[in-house]
Design a protein around this ligand. Structure first.
Ligand code: SER
Length: 337
């Protein structure tokens, strides 16, 4: 393998931390990470970490001057619940920073005469089903179905997918000479569950929050109904899917936007799991109608057959092994149970 320089934005977030762990052992990778926050102690020294705001133009020009990136994981984002409280901030972080990085990656692709790979985590939030009847009628959405987001987060993810395709396929399409364009690839993630970190600011958070609270013996008031169902995957599979898509040969990709998932769980499934393994857990369903409405607009499951066919995607964990072998084992260690 050739030496490469990799940028991770939003590196102190849940996916960022897990991605750093998997990339930092590779001696041929120079890892540069950016976040508003420092990295947690155990990740210090695993990358050149820059604390800064991606909306700060000076930070971006410093990155562009100092490094020549081959691969960018642009993970920084304001998640769905936080975005509803501050849509303009979400617009700036989720879309403006993406455009600025796409511009930077485009210039670097041209300077290197080689496409910079730009990996982007999109989300089930790009989907928007109008009501529960329709949600039941369409149990597993394909990439082209129902892309009618009802949240600022979903709108911004969908927009970034579109401009990512634009920068990869059509950028400077009227120029006499075809320019070297970047290579944008996006994954539509389901809710992601980490055994080591607790999510914040998202609306799929009820699942992982419930398990982490139960493991710590804390009561949990679930903000959605028991019957609410959306797709999930565990963090090692999320990281693996990003790495697999980054490595997939370009001629195998029939699209730049792929669903990936592992299993579909209801809030009741999480409660059953928590109560089985942490007996005595106190979990109540006290739905917040507004957050509930967001989750109701998301699909019960997504169809990831395009990823399976094009680049052999297959999650390592299913519902059973995700719970037993990854989640409960590691959470028990984390909270010293
Ligand atoms: N986890 C995200 C959220 O809840 C959805 O992709 O905002």
């Amino acid at each position: 393998m050739r030496e490469r320089t990799v940028l991770i934005t939003g590196a102190s977030g849940e996916i960022g931390q897990a991605l750093i762990k998997s990339l930092s052992d590779d001696e041929l990778t120079t890892l540069v990470t950016v976040d508003l926050k420092p990295l947690p102690g155990e990740l210090k020294g695993k990358s050149t970490h820059i604390i800064g705001d991606l909306l700060d133009k000076e930070l971006l020009s410093l990155l562009e001057k100092e490094y020549s990136f081959n691969l960018i994981f642009h993970l920084a984002a304001v998640l769905s619940t936080t975005a509803e409280h501050n849509p303009l901030l979400a617009h700036k972080i989720n879309t403006c920073s993406t455009i600025d990085l796409l511009e930077m990656a485009t210039r670097q692709s041209q300077n290197q005469a080689n496409p910079v790979k730009f990996l982007f985590p999109s989300s089930i939030a790009v989907y928007g089903l109008p009501d529960l009847e329709t949600k039941n009628q369409f149990p597993a959405l394909k990439e082209c179905d129902w892309t009618e987001p009802t949240t600022m987060y979903g709108c911004s993810k969908l927009y970034c997918e579109k401009v990512g395709i634009y920068y990869s396929e059509y950028y400077q399409q009227l120029a006499d000479l075809e320019p070297v364009r970047l290579d944008f690839r996006a994954l539509r993630f389901p809710g992601i569950i980490s055994a080591f970190t607790i999510p914040s600011g998202g609306t799929s958070d009820f699942g992982p929050e419930m398990i982490h609270f139960a493991a710590q013996g804390k009561p949990y008031d679930c903000f959605v109904r028991a019957d609410v169902r959306i797709p999930f995957m565990v963090m090692p599979d999320a990281v693996q899917s990003l790495l697999m898509l980054a490595d997939a040969p370009k001629d195998k990709l029939q699209t730049r936007i792929y669903n990936v998932t592992s299993f579909s769980f209801s809030a009741q499934d999480f409660k059953d799991l928590a109560q089985k393994h942490f007996p005595g857990s106190k979990i109540n369903f006290i739905p917040d109608p507004k957050r509930q409405a967001i989750v109701d607009s998301w699909p019960a499951d997504i169809d990831d057959s395009a990823a399976r066919n094009d680049w052999n995607w297959k999650p390592e964990y299913d519902a059973q092994t995700a719970s037993q072998e990854y989640l409960l084992k590691n959470i028990s260690k984390l909270y010293k149970l």
